[in-house]
Design a protein around this ligand. Sequence first.
Ligand code: ANZ
Ligand code: ZN
Length: 815
Amino acid sequence: VSEYDPQVLQAKWQQRWEAQDTYRASEDADDPRERRYMLDMFPYPSGDLHMGHGEVFAIGDVVARYWMQQGYNVLHPIGWDSFGLPAENAAIKRNAHPAEWTYANIETQANSFRRYGISFDWSRRLHTSDPDYYRWNQWLFNRFFERGLAYRKGGLVNWCPNDQTVLANEQVVAGKCERCGADVIRRELTQWYFRITDYAQRLLDDMAQLGEWPERLLTMQRNWIGRSEGADVLFEVEGRDEPVHVYTTRPDTLFGATFFVVAVDAALADEIVTDEQRAEFESYRAEVAKLSDIERLATDKEKTGVFLGRHAINPVNGERIPVWAADYVLSDYGHGAIMAVPAHDQRDLDFALKFGLPVKVVVHTGLADPGETGEATPGEGTLVNSGPLDGLTKTEAIAKIIEILEVDGRGAGAVNFRLRDWLLSRQRFWGTPIPIIHCADCGEVPVPDDQLPVTLPDMRGEALAPKGVSPLASAEEWVNVECPKCSGPAKRDTDTMDTFVDSSWYFLRYCSPGYTDGPFDVEQVRKWGPIDQYVGGIEHAVLHLLYSRFFTKVLHDMGMVDFTEPFKRMLNQGQVINGGKAMSKSLGNGVDLGQQIDDFGVDAVRLTMIFAGPPEDDIDWADVSPASSQKFLARVLRVMSEVDSAPDVSFEGGDVALRKVTHHTIDEVTKLVESQRFNVAVARMMELTSAARKAIDSGPGAGDPAVREAAQALAVMLSLVAPYTAEEGWERLGRTGSVAFGGWPVADPALLVQESVTCVVQVAGKVRDRLEVSPDITEDELRALALASEKVASYLEGMPRKVIVRAPKLVNIVP
Ligand code: ANZ
Ligand code: ZN
């Protein structure tokens, strides 16, 4: 492939694209083109780009370039999610400032992106760690604060002992820190929260707008929000004045409640435990504090608990039931206390069997007694042992008991969500300072908008080391300020914001990146938003993708955006793995993107990624061949170089057979790109390349207009995946301007007509009809056609017959 030198093409075209600002979105208000917004999740600047980046951005670029070819004014921006822990850890190690590491890595990645040929509009580049970006995080925080959507509360929070910071629930995965993998523990701390729970129902309802999101993603969000319907029931507890609330999804089983459980870490447990039971309770509580939620809730975990020495009264039948504390009841779900119905709930049954508590069946399901089998019966059935509910179905009983409870003032129907408020304080340095000043007299006072940004003080090296309190606390000069309200001595809040705040609205900033009167120009967002296609990892399902939806709704309520969902269509790419396993240092199976590019060229690497399979699937780098991709690209470029006709030649008189192949390919590739089956689209381009090659070598020859037509269509279609080769080919075809705007080819319907073959229909050995049929016709279809033929019909009257079908060419009807 000597004549195909990818590195030479890259150098040549990269330089031209930059000089001509080829992919810049037009800001011209008079530009008549419809707008489209294509976004890839912005990268975190940890070192150079890796294979994963290579894949996401290759996929996103197919979409962006397709729209450019179709004549849209496309916004395809890039920026960096540049606050966060790794920068800080690197700074501590090198005794440097986190900014040094961060911005050096950003430069490295920016250069790699340019080389990788992604069609970014570089003029809109942003970095979330720039004060003129994070200033607007603070401004938005103030707006949330004014609306009661940002608030501070004490409580048990997730704490990563390794990163020495709190984590949001969404950042705890299977009991471990999402970032570093350490076991997360619980700590009692006062922290800032965003009231995302106020939006729980809308986050669910608006999913109706997300028909073009992967179902898997929607399911994950739906489960995370976790809406359930049931009832709040009030139980009197002996020795306590106020009744205690429990939330249950099965109020129909109220007559089967045989004990009561309070979360061991709930204030209520501490309050009601009797003196005799206190010692045992406290030691149990200390044990549980070491466990994560996941461990606490694991269904296979042996049940544990202690009796609190008190009894509760069942509101419907006055029965006294013992009150226990246990870890399988969570303090921050429902009301942190439950009525336990062991016959119909497995966790309650396990607990009852362990501690010898009674099991009372109240729904007859036809299954064996749970007290005997150890298997609870949660399913449908008929109510028994339940007074006024006897004989009812589960659904009827739920309605009836809610009615009874409401009449008696002992409960009411209720809806509950699993979603918790978003904990946003972090005890780390490299983030957005929370713009609050704590004053002994005035309380929490927001830093006035005109004093934003609150910038980070200059701190470096050891001063940033995690100590369990925010490093900012030691910057005394920075911390001690005047109260903006009373001018008395006050202190800044020393926590920084979760970096997911930064990414919750960056896509809006891209619409007007230099804007100084607000986080974004409302008019520009009206023009560009919402995002037409978003591409990024499924790992953000209940993090970034949920938070961004929440922010968008709040901004909508503030009148700043006119849509309620930020991302119309979502694609979750697969991972690049090697040898069937995720790439990792310990396995030594890492593949370096830069090295692949050095070896095979950008286009071959990108083509390999796209050709490997559907974009949602993982790519096993051990199964693909960038070397064959490179050979293919050399072959296409040769075809384009050999075309021997004028750029303005009419295709009309060209070889019809090749023209048909070209137009079929255009038709199919268009449909395939629309339905995001990019890999098959590439396969079709390969077929067209072979057809053009054949036409040159053993067909009508390189001067036939059909060969130019095929080559030009190829250049445009190929530009989606292999922009350098396509650009070079376009130039060699004598075309001016970038191939990126060559214009998507349109298939001519006249050239799409199916080929047909002639089928002979014989009756008793004599030809009676000829039918024009598709070469793909099935035997059944052909039999039906032949028997329906009028010419044949007269010969068949009264004749007993056997029909022999040889599709597509022969039907023989014999007596
Ligand atoms: C009695 C009952 C009987 C229940 C039965 C279930 C089956 P979802 O669907 O997740 O909302 N529950 C309530 N608060 C809890 C807490 N803080 N920690 C652990 N479990 C809690 O589940 C609601 C059900 O989970 C509630 O309905 C309650 O148990 C339990 F046959 O009440 B049920
Ligand atoms: Zn004050």
